[in-house]
Ligand binder design. Sequence first.
Ligand code: CTP
Length: 418
Amino acid sequence: MSASRSILLIIGGGIAAYKCLELIRRLKDRGISSRVILTKAGEQFVTPLSVSALAGERCFTDLFSLTDEADIGHIALSRSTDLLVVAPATADLIAKMATGQANDLATTALLATDKRVLIAPAMNPRMWEHAATRRNMAQLERDGVLVVGPNSGAMAERGENGPGRMAEPMEILAAIEQALSSQVPPRAIGFLGRLPGGSAAAKPLAGKRVLITSGPTHEPIDPVRFIANRSSGKQGHAIAAAAAAAGAQVTLVSGPVTVPDPAGLTTIHVESAREMLAAVEGALPADIAIFAAAVADWRVADAAPEKMKKDGGALPALSLVENPDILATVAALKTGRPAVVVGFAAETEHVVAHAQAKLARKGCDLIVANDVGGTGVMGGESNTVHLVSRDGVETWPTLPKTEVASRLVAHLAGLATP
Ligand code: CTP
């Protein structure tokens, strides 16, 4: 679809600049070529050499005089493209764009362009929330600038947490593809001031309701003891955060975890599998349902109402009954079934084969399968997953759970877009 599409990527001066190298690579995979302007501040974080090696083209820097039009003029540079993308869009670049400054190659290209502009803000949470940045962002929205992110989370600065992390490369890629496929003629922006739907084009899940389960369940034995598993909720919570960043209205049904509730969405806390099922049913309808929770398969048939005591050496016998299968229940709904139902499969052997069997047995549309056998996946920071659907299997490299989350969200946005 996008074989002849190109973007002009403006890399600003922020720690997130390194993510643009991955973005350029991903764009190439999708047949989208990138020309790059690296700002002076951006050069502090990535080098023109690494950028041009990946882009396969010379990288433009502020070292090129604006009056030296021998190679390609800044006007042509800003117009011989389909979309301008600013990443990371620093507080400084955003302020310059909002006030129409043009004192270097990047800002001159931004002012001279007749194409749409997408920005991926990245800055310290205080700077993002500052009244000046709020004003500048409101101005850019009025000007029709598209926005992807920022996400919430830990900052490069020690102890800093909150909104301001640049969107992940796959989220930016999804926003770029969305903007490139939009039917709005680029020139219209100058006249209308705003894309229909505002920044919705950069929010691939805008208007979608997403329901996610995450974490373990605790099945009581007595008031102080329970059956549980090692799930930390990191992967499910990261997916919920990525879906919210992609513009979805998200409900997260979480078992007992220590990770914090993600910002910008509704979290419902439950303990047991039966409570989780009730919360899920209460949160429907949804367009997309993702079942990332490690639900306990069994519960104790008759949990003791009082703490069980050691009783003269006789060992208690726990009799177990099967818990309801939440994923299978939702996937089998005759009315109100979400359009896309995604399950997870935690396996220790024959990962893909078991996932394929699970896909059929549970009636879902996609299984995200991972090998949890002795690899530290449960509770760890990274994950190696296979996407198993009726169309085939896609295997991803080992990635941080946050990156798995943003890739999955980009993938689902593709499935959910009519
Ligand atoms: N699941 C669920 N409700 C259950 C059990 C599992 O919703 N009672 C969901 C999980 O959230 C996950 C998928 O089903 O999306 C697969 O979970 P998994 O534990 O791998 O599979 P099981 O059904 O438990 O199968 P098995 O233990 O035989 O591998």
